[in-house]
Design a protein around this ligand. Structure first.
Ligand SMILES: [Zn+2]
Length: 391
């Protein structure tokens, strides 16, 4: 017997080749799960298998289902997820559609499509079961890696093994991240990084509810502790996504997807004194538009330019070729506020909260070290023998 095998139960083995293939065997017959490129076939004789009765596939990717065409040609029944049936049978339509050859932000379906169409014998829907020899196989819809992907729970010899395709690679790891790209706004959205993460996460938890004693991925390592494998993955997933959001413009493009926490910003005592001199309005608003309605940001911008920047521009001439006073906008106040906080020693964590940033890199972007402040910081340094004195 070659060293390609892990024997999970008397009737269930995993072949480790370029990928993993589940082999459910009963006498001279077998069922293959995710046959990959078919590397398993010459080794089946080591289990006494002469006939492959059925080949199940968790999803349509070429690296997982490339052997489907050859197996079907040899009389094996091909079984696929109902949601991906067309990506086995109508491959030609996919490759002939230019929409799938360009703008490859779209991984749904993936360009890891099969190269030739395959006749499908049976398409399984969520919850469908198949009894074969000593085993029962239950199909679970587990989208994430692909939209129509499935896991197969195999119950045999008193064990429950979940064949989950490429949902997981190992505890806390996935096979790759790009297949989780999914448009939020359009089908091939540039901003779809980890767009399938919620579906993916839900699928991982769904697999756990089946209480498998082992997760068998089509790429990666067998996982004997499924709850820990899933928990680690979810922890890392949220860390990766938070990190992405901290540096991404996606928040400003789609603010509706990121409701701000109801955090209060404290009022400075000097501002409070000014506010207290102002009349109170029954609608609760402090400022109003020129006709008494809600003040629009564009009106404020116009007033700033017409009533402040333009009349005062001669007092602050600046230098030709450099940004100057007249380039100031409302956003400049945010920069100024952040610089002022830094100068006055407000801790960075507090500034981050006030500005609503999750990363100190954004705060640093606003922090402009003025010459005067730079000098003040330099003056704070002491020499080894005591304060430096001018000589
Ligand atoms: Zn895949």
């Amino acid at each position: 017997m070659s060293n390609h095998w892990t024997h999970l139960t008397p009737h269930l083995a995993i072949f480790h080749g370029p990928g993993n293939t589940g082999v459910l065997h009963d006498g001279s017959r077998a069922v293959l799960i995710d046959a990959g490129d078919g590397a398993v076939v010459p080794y089946l004789a080591e289990l006494g298998v002469k006939t492959v009765a059925m080949a199940l596939f968790t999803h349509h990717h070429r690296d997982t289902a490339g052997a489907a065409e050859i197996l079907a040609g040899g009389g094996t029944g091909v079984v696929v997820p109902a949601g991906e049936r067309q990506w086995f049978e109508e491959v030609t339509a996919f490759w002939n559609d230019p929409a799938y050859r360009w703008h490859l932000y779209n991984y749904r379906p993936s360009h890891l499509m099969l190269t030739a169409p395959v006749r499908v014998d049976r398409a399984l829907a969520d919850g469908d079961t198949l009894d074969w020899g000593p085993a029962r196989i239950t199909a679970l819809a587990t989208p994430g890696h692909t939209d129509g992907g499935m896991s197969y729970i195999v119950e045999v010899d008193g064990h429950r093994v979940s064949f989950s395709g490429d949902l997981l690679y190992d505890a806390g790891q996935c096979w790759e991240l790009h297949s989780l790209q999914k448009g939020v706004v359009t089908d091939w959205d540039y901003h779809g990084f980890l767009g399938a993460r919620e579906a993916w996460s839900a699928s991982l938890r769904r697999v756990l509810t089946e209480q498998p004693d082992c997760l068998a991925p089509s790429h990666g390592r067998l996982m004997a502790d499924p709850p820990t494998a899933v928990r680690l993955t979810e922890e890392r997933l949220s860390a990766i996504y938070a990190n992405y959001l901290a540096a991404s413009t996606v928040r400003s493009y789609f603010p509706q997807s990121f409701p701000h926490p109801a955090d209060a910003l404290p009022i400075h005592p000097e501002l409070l004194r000014v506010l207290e001199t102002m009349p109170r309005h029954p609608d609760g608003r402090v400022f109003h538009g020129p006709w008494g309605g809600v003040l629009k940001p564009d009106t404020v911008r116009r007033v700033l330019i017409d009533a402040v920047l333009t009349p005062l521009k001669d007092k602050f001439p600046g230098q030709p070729g450099f940004r100057n006073f007249t380039h100031g906008r409302l956003h400049s106040f945010r920069h100024f506020f952040c610089s002022k906080c830094a100068t006055d020693g407000v801790p960075e964590q507090v500034v981050m909260r006030w500005l609503g940033h999750t990363s100190s890199r954004m705060v640093q972007h606003y922090y402009h070290l003025h010459d005067e402040e730079s000098q003040r910081q330099m003056n704070k340094l002491t020499s080894v023998g005591g304060p430096i004195t001018a000589s």
